[in-house]
Design a protein around this ligand. Structure first.
Ligand code: FPP
Length: 253
């Protein structure tokens, strides 16, 4: 563990890391197995990556577990994923409680089968007091869905006289997203080699560093997670300013 941390500057960790866990299907196919086996084999990585993020002291980890678009997959695969999510949540609750980790779900929970929704609601309820890592599970989630929901909710508040159109700004909009109150991810990791964002946290990743790795999710280890953070720490984040301005600011701090 210590060795893994040795390449990382613990004083400059991202507060929020988002992950697109991709490649489960390809991992299974390459082994002549059905896609669902790949999902099953991806579960220990959810556990291990959450564990290492918590041990590092990262405050938020957002995992893309099931997108709005994933509802279009074959029914067998969708049913299996829902059952897997439900079983994983039940199994992970004691571990999360022992390690002070909080479960949070972002996404349209109204579309979930009742059993899956109930287990996620239980996970959120019983870990609500935990103050360590917040694990945001993006389930039945898409960024466009979330942005439209935020717009609708803001419109309702304006209609009801709780908000004036002049009050609408970037901070207020952020607060109406499912990640309201959380810092934006400084780092987005996508496994399995595809170079796209797939309708994930589009507003929140405006200034995120992007890290793509060819490794399939079932092969992604805590050491790979630490490597992504090490690479993140080599990037200069300028937020639209010049490199010289950033150096100047650093020398003043
Ligand atoms: C993408 O691989 C992965 C998914 C659609 C599901 C990921 C879900 C899990 C690992 C389970 C999560 C469970 C909890 C409780 C967080 P893919 O099927 O798109 O792979 P492919 O691109 O190779 O086809």
């Amino acid at each position: 563990m210590q060795e893994m941390f040795s390449n990382i500057d613990l004083s400059r960790l991202p507060k929020h890391v988002a992950v697109i866990m991709d490649g489960n299907g390809r991992w299974a196919k390459e082994r002549g197995e059905i896609r669902s086996l790949g999902h099953e084999r991806g579960i220990p990585m959810v556990h291990d990556v959450s564990d290492i993020a918590n041990k590092l002291g990262i405050k938020y980890l957002t995992l893309y577990a099931f997108s709005t678009e994933n509802w279009n997959r074959p029914k067998f695969e969708v049913d299996m994923l829902m059952a897997l999510i439900e079983a994983t949540v039940e199994r992970e609750i004691p571990f999360m409680l022992d390690n002070n980790m909080r479960m949070n779900v972002i996404g349209d929970m109204s579309r979930l089968p009742e059993r899956t929704r109930k287990s996620l609601e239980k996970g959120m309820r019983v870990t609500a007091h935990c103050t360590g890592l917040v694990v945001n599970l993006a389930i039945s989630y898409s960024s466009r869905w979330e942005i439209v929901e935020a717009c609708r909710n803001i419109a309702i508040e304006v209609r009801d006289g709780k908000l004036k159109p002049e009050d609408i700004n970037s901070d207020l909009f952020s607060a109406h997203l499912t990640t309201g109150g959380q810092p934006d991810p400084e780092l987005l990791i996508r496994t399995a080699g595809d170079l796209r964002i797939s309708n994930y946290l589009l507003w929140q990743i405006a200034y995120s560093e992007l890290y793509f790795t060819p490794t399939y999710w079932p092969d992604f280890t805590p050491a790979d997670f630490c490597e992504a953070i090490r690479v993140y720490q080599t990037r200069e984040r300028r937020f639209g300013k010049t490199g010289d301005q950033i150096k100047e600011e650093k020398s003043q701090n």
